[in-house]
Design a protein around this ligand. Structure first.
Ligand code: ZN
Length: 205
């Protein structure tokens, strides 16, 4: 899970969403902090360079200000999700992420890949050097991730999965906002069945 002597990926489980840390022994970037205390404990003495939210839904942003506060770290969100953010927090994030934006930590970079549908401002964070993409709620093992009782824009979300996830190298690990990780190759094999299943969630287990 790491490049030699360099960046590695850590999962902080047990919150409302999976929280991921990317970094080394000195510094980390935090992705999607829901519950602050375990995230700050996992970061330990390391400097938190930035807090990045894959999208604006509650479980992915709830802990962001408190985690960012300790080291006065910036918080990054795609501006199209600012309305969702404001349902949770009174003060705005500090960085407006754009497609192809880049964050550096340790010896690796995270590239912002806009993948709308689950929310208008949903992004993936792609780390080529570590062979991983943090997918938020763009896609999970069971397909496009719904929000609440349904899909805000199923067609757009499926288009984003096709254009922005399946085009990554096939062995790329997809590190999800909920549940277990899988790979681009697995997603590719499942894509047509997700398509056939369609956006109707009634009758699924
Ligand atoms: Zn969501």
């Amino acid at each position: 899970m790491s490049s030699p002597d360099g960046a590695r990926i850590e999962l902080v489980a047990g919150g409302p969403a999976n929280t991921w840390l990317v970094g080394d022994d000195d510094e980390v970037i935090v992705i999607d902090p829901g519950t602050p205390a375990p995230v700050l404990a996992a970061a330990g003495e390391r400097e938190i360079l930035a807090v990045i939210c894959t999208h604006g839904h509650h479980g992915h942003v709830a802990g962001a200000p408190e985690v960012a506060h300790r080291d006065e770290s910036p918080i990054a969100l795609h501006p199209l999700d600012r309305r969702d953010w404001r349902e949770v927090h009174a003060t705005d994030p500090t960085i407006d992420m754009e497609d192809e934006g880049v964050f550096g930590v340790s010896d690796v970079t995270l590239e912002v890949v806009h993948a709308p549908g689950h929310s208008r401002g949903s992004v993936l964070l792609y780390c080529e050097a570590l062979g991983a993409a943090f997918t938020g709620d763009v896609v999970g093992e069971r397909g496009p991730v719904p929000h609440g009782a349904g899909f805000p824009d199923w067609t757009k979300q499926m288009d984003a999965i096709g254009a922005r996830v399946l085009t990554l190298p096939s062995q790329t690990r997809l590190l999800t906002g909920h549940g277990e990780e899988f790979t681009v190759a697995t997603a590719d094999r499942s894509f047509s069945s997700w398509y056939s299943a369609g956006p109707d969630l009634s009758g699924r287990d």
